[in-house]
Design a protein around this ligand. Structure first.
Ligand SMILES: Cc1ncc(COP(=O)(O)OP(=O)(O)O)c(N)n1
Ligand SMILES: Cc1nc(C(=O)O)sc1CCOP(=O)(O)O
Ligand SMILES: [Mg+2]
Length: 222
């Protein structure tokens, strides 16, 4: 199975991506360079969320990006999407059982201890939660900062994204330089006027830092 491309992972928020603009804004983010889209709407009922997930799936199919639903296993399964779970949700193992071997299952990790758990065997990727504090989500663990991301990198070979407060290309570059494979972003893409341009700037910073990191790891010839 090929490695999941998590370079720019955008996460929706009903306050920033209202239903009548949800698809248009996600398509713009993908055209700017997003590789994963997560539908996150804590208030929506299952029927409403499923309707949104199906609309997104249809619109995103031609772009070949990954669609993930936050928290709700049943909606994810019915939409043919992946799922993201946190420490207070269903476990990754339960999500894997519900969605099957091919599905994308993501897990929030708040410390290297989480990565010592056998739950990681069920994960397609993990998210460093949070890198910086953010007004977008108040109920997070203590921020890890880039050093915390580096500690998680040492503890896992799974695709690793940082999330929380990554709202500038400079911050995105810091997270990648610390060892993450990608950045997960809400307000830095959907809270600005032009999601396509914001996604393109963040993606450029991610790609440039990944290239610099790869160059630094390759021994010079001679
Ligand atoms: C990519 C990504 N990382 C972390 C989270 C947060 O998940 P969780 O801790 O379960 O919190 P809620 O999003 O459910 O409020 C996420 N959704 N996506
Ligand atoms: C959905 C989410 N999860 C987080 C975590 O730490 O687990 S932080 C977060 C919101 C991130 O929003 P922004 O990019 O606007 O800072
Ligand atoms: Mg959750």
């Amino acid at each position: 199975m090929s490695t999941l491309d998590v370079r720019l992972y955008v996460v929706t928020d009903p306050a920033l991506t209202p239903e009548d603009r949800l698809v248009e804004m996600c398509v713009a983010a993908v055209e700017g360079g997003a590789t994963v889209v997560q539908l996150r709407n804590k208030q929506a009922g299952d029927d409403e969320l499923l309707r949104q997930a199906l609309r997104l799936r249809t619109a995103l199919r031609e772009y070949g990006v990954t669609l993930v639903v936050n928290d709700r296993l049943d909606v994810a399964r019915q939409a043919g999407a992946g799922v993201h779970v946190g420490v207070s949700d269903a476990t990754p193992a339960r999500a894997r059982d519900a969605l099957g071997a091919q599905a994308v299952v993501g897990w929030s990790v708040e410390s290297p201890e989480h990565l010592a758990s056998d739950q990681t065997a069920a994960c397609s990727y993990v998210a460093a939660s949070p890198v910086w504090s953010t007004p977008t989500k108040a109920d997070t663990a203590h921020p890890l900062g880039p050093p915390g991301v580096a500690a998680l990198r040492q503890a896992t070979g799974l695709p690793l994204v940082g999330i929380g407060g990554i709202n500038t290309p400079e911050r995105a570059a810091e997270v990648i330089a610390a060892g993450a494979d990608g950045v997960a972003v809400v307000s830095g893409v959907f809270g600005v006027g032009d999601p396509r341009a914001a996604a393109a700037s963040l993606r450029a910073a991610v790609d440039e830092t990944l290239r610099a990191r790869a160059g630094a790891q390759t021994p010079a010839a001679g």
